[in-house]
Design a protein around this ligand. Structure first.
Ligand SMILES: Cc1cc2nc3c(=O)[nH]c(=O)nc-3n(C[C@H](O)[C@H](O)[C@H](O)COP(=O)(O)OP(=O)(O)OC[C@H]3O[C@@H](n4cnc5c(N)ncnc54)[C@H](O)[C@@H]3O)c2cc1C
Length: 448
């Protein structure tokens, strides 16, 4: 007899672990599974999966960081944790129900132990000069330099490993099980559950659904793919870095909040806005860039990173489908990411590059150098979103609780549902959404 779980959760990254925690705490039987191994905290991420996972993309040499292991990208993230502004959620088209995030935000912040630093005076001044404000860094950190890793959650300790979800089996408007491949035994398996939660991240969640018996064209599965547009520069200044002491938990880190497309005076010819993270000054060796100045002078210089993140809205040219010929190591069709840029996107790319340079210039002491680091149109941020977008009034692949419209007992807890990746780091909001998915699944199971 095959066991039927209350819920199966696919993907043990931040989102999958968060949903599983909510369901386990309610006394439900939960099968959390992940395609990769469980690594010891402190281990190094397996190198082959740091950069690519058999995804193909056109329109640029995209370099999406991936981790196939319990914990997912929480092995790589920097722990920056900001709430999205209500007006930004509205502007991006979040369904009314999904915008009610305050309680879920509070729950996640407590769970992760989010703390706030102090804003250095120079960032406060620069933000004022460009008509914005500097917010302190808010971070989910296990130690001053290590971000919280989902692997440390007790739900993650129970996750099944080396188990790749292939597709969802369906009967009418319901899913009956997830078909998986056990990589160790090289055996297929059907994991039965009353409720199914997908949290494998947007490209992979889309691949699972595109391989299931779901009318992808009708529900827009794979459509509305987006990612942050990112530009970075490093400001090199001929002054040694200040001591850390007395400057709070994240010395020299702040967010200069979105200052474009927020009012009539700031209107630009693209829809999204962008925020800028600043961090430093730190020593050059701590960023691995000591070769940028003569060896004897390294101690006399410091570096500040200026990093802008732009909110890219969906576009018909950007979507994910399955490659007709290419297959991955397990004979699955490879997801193909179409990344066309519109004139509006190019205008944003130009602006965010210029904003980084202007902010660096405003801070620079005489003799400084500004060095470009990351070109917005050439590399993704690793914050991809969309492919199963939420919408109001029957529009979109999912409703405001992340429940698939095509299958009544399937929810999506990852960034696939997000209409845009937002104008700042997205994971706190993703975790708040995952928490709401947990509540919706509990309600649904209790009502049966
Ligand atoms: C370098 C870097 C720095 C970042 N810094 C920040 C930051 O400071 N703040 C912030 O808010 N965000 C940050 N992010 C983004 C953040 O890491 C992600 O938003 C977040 O980790 C996404 O979590 P997730 O659970 O949705 O997806 P993932 O972490 O990608 O987890 C998906 C999981 O699903 C598993 N999986 C995939 N496919 C299958 C399958 N078919 N079957 C079974 N399992 C599967 C994978 O093994 C993985 O464990 C950063 C990202 C990167 C790359």
């Amino acid at each position: 007899m095959t066991r039927t779980w209350d819920a199966v959760v696919v993907g043990a990254g931040l989102c999958g672990v968060r949903v599983a925690e909510e369901l386990i705490a309610a006394g439900l039987s939960v099968r959390l599974l992940d395609a990769g191994p469980r690594l010891q905290l402190g281990a190094t991420c397996p190198e082959p999966d740091r950069r690519t996972w058999g995804f193909k993309a056109d329109g640029g040499s995209y370099d999406w960081y991936r981790v196939r292991a319990v914990g997912g990208r929480s092995w790589l993230w920097g722990g920056w944790c900001y709430r999205f502004d209500q007006r930004a959620l509205e502007r991006a088209g979040w369904p009314r129900r999904a915008r009610r995030l305050a309680a879920a935000y509070r729950r996640v912040e407590r769970r992760l132990g989010v703390v706030e630093g102090l804003v250095d005076e120079r960032y406060r001044r620069v933000a004022e000069e460009i008509g914005s404000r500097a917010l302190p860094k808010r971070g989910a950190m296990s130690s001053p330099s290590t971000a919280w890793n989902a692997t440390s959650a007790s739900a993650a300790q129970r996750a099944g490993t080396w188990e790749v979800a292939l597709h969802v089996e369906t009967k009418g408007h319901h899913a009956t099980c997830v078909e998986t491949l056990d990589l160790r035994k090289e055996k297929r398996r059907q994991v039965r559950a009353r409720a199914i939660v997908l949290a494998a991240s947007p490209v992979e969640t889309a691949r699972i659904l595109l391989r299931s018996d779901v009318d992808a064209a009708r529900w827009g599965i794979g459509r509305n793919f987006t990612d942050h547009m990112v530009a970075s520069v490093v400001l090199l200044e001929p002054v040694p870095p200040p001591p850390r002491d007395g400057r709070g938990p994240f010395p020299g880190a702040a967010l200069i909040e979105n200052f474009v497309n927020v009012d009539d005076a700031s209107r630009q010819p693209y829809r999204g806005g962008f925020s800028v993270e600043v961090s430093g000054p730190v020593s050059l060796p701590s960023l691995g860039i000591e070769r940028m100045v003569p060896g004897a002078e390294v101690d006399q210089w410091s570096a500040t990173q200026v990093h802008a993140m732009g909110e890219v809205f969906p576009d018909p040219q950007r979507y994910v489908d399955l490659h007709p010929e290419l297959r991955d190591a397990w004979d699955r069709p490879v997801p193909f990411i179409h990344m066309g840029w519109s004139d509006a996107d190019r205008a944003m790319a130009q602006d965010i590059k210029q904003a980084c340079i202007s902010i660096a210039d405003l801070m620079a002491v005489p003799g400084s150098r500004v060095i470009p680091f990351h070109d917005p149109l050439l590399a993704g941020a690793g914050h991809e979103a969309g492919t199963c977008m939420m919408g109001d009034h029957g529009a979109g692949a999912c409703n405001g609780d992340g429940r698939l419209r095509a299958l009544a007992n399937v929810w999506i807890a990852d960034a696939s549902v997000m209409p845009t990746p937002g104008d700042r780091h997205p994971s706190l909001t993703l975790l708040a959404h995952a928490t709401r998915v947990g509540h919706a699944v509990k309600r649904w199971i209790a009502s049966r």
